[in-house]
Design a protein around this ligand. Structure first.
Ligand SMILES: [Zn+2]
Length: 448
């Protein structure tokens, strides 16, 4: 069933591509390619994105028209529009249109449909992923859930078996308090698993063998750990060191209770999720219990805007990244604080990336990530270019994939979005996506 749909999909994509091919070059090769196996990007033809304005993320300058030569899933050459077209290449004429790097949602939860039957969960998650890919999102970072579902999706996405951004996921690690205080959430993630611990949700106690725990996390293909709650500075530092030793990224909530944000910078946390949690830097003394902290500190405190300059300086120095998830501020009703912290982060040159926490799930035509980007520009005073940088280069750095994506440069993966209108003129022009390319494979917006 799935295979048939995929073939139909690509046939449609191939047909609709015909009209944008320059007549000089034969397009039969594409039509043929697309009805064949497309799971291996090396089978894709050499493509030239012809004459589009390139918006790169390494420098904020006026976009210039270029030809992008794409081969083997990568950007091989970036040439002037007058240069020769490689023989036999499929040419997609995007003159007058705009190209940005593929967008990255740095905070999703693909296992968000708990307690629903497997078929429903899979379908809803795949719908979410499709909407994102056709809206220009080419990578997502999953920040916690039952990874048994997510692992299969990661494979299918990487092989282009489903239209989906590439998926990078984390394993949640937390202290005993978290497990005691949120039994429902814990049980939801462990269902039908024989032990109390699992490699996607690990309880860290004083005597936990961290080498073994991290090895198990690595063994299920996680890209990083997500330090979630109930960890002090020392435990966080030990976890962080072992994760890095085994080649994993170190992600987590911006405050871990009892560890404060600045202690987490010392402990080696690389990406700090939820900018609102930086408020805990101003707390006197934190307990390992969320519930207790919420009792001891008023709602007023939790929504306040203390001076966190010293913390931000430290973060900038350490190269830490804030995964803002600003858009959920509406839900938690603390927009003022989130806006103020975003502005402070910008003033202190702290890198910020954009994640949604799955905001606006499936209710719209466009990825929830757009709302996060709009928030940066329309509420927190980021320029469109800065907001796009958060959603591309900084997202790639946060995810640990900046060696091959996040910018438009020779040698980088061909993760690209073609827009009809200039997003630097108005960020809302993101809603003019025509094509998404993921490792060189073309997804046409009209086929969504
Ligand atoms: Zn989350």
């Amino acid at each position: 069933m799935v295979t048939t749909m995929r073939i139909e999909h690509f046939s449609r994509a191939a047909k609709s591509l015909l009209f944008i091919c320059l007549p000089l070059f034969s397009c039969f090769a594409i039509a043929h390619q697309h009805t064949q196996e497309t799971s291996n990007s090396t089978l894709e033809p050499v493509r030239v994105l012809y004459g589009g304005y390139i918006i790169d993320m390494t420098a904020d300058k006026l976009p210039e028209p270029k030809n992008l030569v794409i081969e083997g899933g990568k950007i091989r050459r970036i040439l002037s529009p007058e240069s020769d077209i490689p023989e036999g290449a499929e040419v997609i004429d995007i003159s007058g249109q705009y190209v940005i790097p593929g967008l990255i949602d740095s905070h999703v939860h693909l296992d968000s449909f708990k307690n629903k039957p497997r078929t429903v969960r899979t379908q809803q998650t795949e719908d979410f992923l499709r909407l994102n890919l056709y809206g220009g999102v080419t990578s997502v970072r999953d920040m916690g859930g039952d990874l048994r579902l997510v692992m299969e999706l990661k494979r299918a996405a990487a092989l282009h078996e489903i239209p989906s951004p590439d998926i990078y996921y984390s394993s949640l690690v937390a202290g005993p308090q978290y497990f005691a205080e949120t039994p429902d959430r814990v049980e939801g993630m462990f269902r039908a698993w024989p032990q109390e611990n699992s490699p996607w949700q690990t309880k860290i106690e004083a005597d936990t063998d961290l080498v073994q725990a991290i090895a198990e996390i690595k063994g299920i293909g996680s890209s990083g750990i997500k330090m979630y709650a109930g960890l002090d500075r020392e435990t966080a530092a030990r976890l962080s060191a072992e994760a890095k030793r085994q080649g994993l990224r170190v992600w987590g909530h911006a405050a871990l209770m009892p560890a404060k944000p600045s202690e987490l910078v010392d402990a080696g946390l690389e990406v700090f999720s939820h900018i609102n949690l930086l408020v805990w830097e101003a707390a006197d003394d934190l307990s390992a219990s969320f519930l207790e902290n919420n009792k001891n500190y008023s709602l007023e405190f939790r929504k306040s805007v203390p001076d966190i300059s010293a913390l931000l300086k430290k973060m900038a120095q350490a190269g830490a990244i804030i995964d803002a998830t600003a858009v959920i501020a509406e839900n938690i009703n603390n927009e003022k604080q989130v806006i103020a912290f975003l502005k402070m982060a910008k003033a202190h040159n702290v890198k910020v990336c954009s994640g949604t926490d799955m905001h606006g799930l499936l209710n719209k035509d466009w990825p929830g990530l757009f709302d996060e980007i709009y928030f940066f520009v329309e509420k927190a005073g980021y320029s469109p270019w800065q907001a796009l940088q958060a959603a591309t280069l900084n997202g790639a750095a946060a995810t640990g994939v900046d060696h091959d994506r996040g910018t438009i440069e020779e040698g980088m993966r061909a993760d690209l979005v073609v827009l009809a209108n200039n997003p630097l003129e108005s960020i809302r022009n993101l809603e003019s996506v025509l094509l998404t390319l993921k490792s060189g494979v073309v997804y046409k917006r009209d086929d969504l």
